[in-house]
Design a protein around this ligand. Sequence first.
Ligand code: BGC
Length: 825
Amino acid sequence: MAGDALTTTPQAPRADRIREDAVDAALGKLDLDTKARLLAGQDMWTLPALPEIGLGSLVFSDGPIGVRGVRWTADDPSVALPSPTALAAAWDPALARRAGRLLAQEARRKGVHVLLAPTVNLHRSPLGGRHFECYSEDPYLTGAIGTGYVQGVQDGGVGTTVKHFVGNDAETDRFTVDSVIAPRPLRELYLAPFEAIVTNAHPWGIMTAYNKVNGSFMSEHRYLVNEVLRGEWGFDGANVSDWMAARSTTGDILGGLDVAMPGPQTVYGPPLAEAVRAGEVPESAVDDAVRNVLRLAARVGLLEGAPAVVTTAPAAVDGHALARELAARGIVLVRNENGALPLATGQRARIALSGAAARDARILGGGSATVFPERIVSPLVGLTAALPQGALTFSVGADPSEEPTPADAGFELRAVCRDASGAVIGEGSLPSGQVQWIGDDLPAGVTYATMASIEVTGTFVPRESGEHAFGTRGLGAFALAVGGAAVWEGAQLPGSEADPFEAFFGAPTVRARAVLAAGEPVEVSLTYQVPDMSALPLRAIMFSLLHLGPRRDADELIAEAVAAAREADTAVVVVATTERVESEGFDRTDLELPGRQNDLVRAVAAANPNTVVVINTGSPVELPWRDEVAAILLTWFPGQEGGAALADVLLGEREPGGRLPTTWPAVFADAPVTEVVPGEGRLEYREGLHIGYRAYEKAGVSPAFCFGHGLGYTDWAYESLEVTADAARVRIRNTGARRGREVVQVYLAPVGDPVERPASWLAGFASLEAEAGESVEVEIALPARAFEIWDEEAGAWRRVGGTYEVRASRSHVDARLTATLEVGA
Ligand code: BGC
């Protein structure tokens, strides 16, 4: 499938040469000030155009699951794919490539040239706030999925910045933390996915992380950037800072950082030209960076006279269909007692659905990965569409979100901007209560200089009668009115957090309550005083009008769900985390499901033996009742079509295609790394080589669900395994009654290991399909690196000879066939 229906410029090496010549010619025409200016963001998402050399303005945009575009608002929607962990759960680089092509299509539609993705940090601790945004605890799987993703995006002529290079595996104090990582784990675990992607997919960009590694900020890391990334691996793309990570003009440019984002006030631009004139930086360092930026621009078709890498976009992709397919392919069925799933005809006659997330689905994780899809198919909507009328009941059961969220269902809102005299100077549409205008993305006719206040105003028609709460999120002075009456006036001041993105994540706060009747419209208004932002490096308007519907008694809600479950053939309970639990910007502190959700599951399972639990979280949570229910599906953050995919899987239209890309512990204390808070600014990676399944095996601890585990709807027999020095040939037969897909996993386990290594590790895998009864054979390459360790003394990779057991497995602990391989040093 690779390369189908694509037109890349003919004779790639020749095109490379022409592009390189054009880059050199353009560079030669630029003076120092212009070169320094090109390396600094001109605003939040773009670099300046230089018409004098035929250079267009490069546009960057997040992110991994959808392309936001330069506007970050719900009225400029984007296709939202499942979370990266779900993509990795499909164990299929070709599928990741298809996701990448869709994202390239979205990028082109939105005028974006470089996608700020993929995120390939590792699942070191389940507490990591961006766990949902990373692929796996295993470096090989991460590298393979990331390679497919980057190839797909670049197939469409759009660049990527593989991020966050490196050691950004948690969020606490991410701007300052020093990740202290010994050479072997650094090479064998954390750098490994970056190396694989750079080597195999040749990304056109990389993003260096906020944090330090072993004492040096990543944006200034001469060794890891100049020597390892560019020197050893041959990376020839542009190195873009994480947003506001660039802090030192000389440190950054000498450390190999090409682009300082965002702008206009950065350490590059005039300060960089100044540093050259002062003799602190050789002009050649600036030239090297400019060359990298011009090469990136040329590749995406923004430099006149240089051929773009892709001249004709790949065939159009149906985004909604792909989002649905991907969601199903990523769903992991971790438990299925007595073939509870797929639901047989008798079991689907009456289904009792419960859980707040079944109605208000959590489709993506919080932070810069957030996009606004045109529609969201919740489990309730998906199942209602798939089942005959009257087959489905819904009750909330338990609501994990105690906090108000941006005003949405029932609200019709707009933003009215006024000047200091109170005169209206412009209006913006608002699909929800969230205002997020970054840089100069303001309503027509409005500027920062003229705008004094913004009023979020409109009507609200409540779904339920009772006490409704209204609140704010964001920093500044507010005035809130409900039903024409002023109900609160006050200010939210910045907290102590050093993270400049606090405003994205700032605490939602209830400001007033009002008793309202269902169906009766009421006027609402939140006025925000625009602060003076002239001295800030980045101007943005970010605040929200929040709402929380009437709270009902928790026991009553559970009782209602139990009563419905008792009457039904099958009970489906959806449990979830909230945006306040899993998001960029902070880490988790435990793995508990918030609110009364565990009580809900236990009570429903006691009332109905056919209880299926759907886990709508981005990362592992504790499931203390896991042996008491019939089936458990992990759907991650499944993207906008998640509810449709869930219906497909429950009813057997599609198989749940996923296998765990990460171990799920039985209890948090069993997780190999339980500490993500730095001590005196340092986060020591003390566990060395042992993260994820490697650590469970070393400690002899059984997790709730192990790495690689996942059930389908058919059965497989592993018939033969033949091993050579560089490949494993595995034959499997579909022994079940329906077509299915299997992920064949190959692990290496050294026998009598002469060096310290994990007891076993993933060396290769393949995802393949077969008809009922059909037998298929697959050859899985065993990469040389699978037999190597990083020799700290030699500063080089070293092959470790000896005897290896090669396992053809269904999961890390479920080896079906083994063979022995002798390997020379
Ligand atoms: C995140 C990046 C993101 C950037 C731009 C940063 O806070 O760490 O992953 O690409 O913001 O939104």
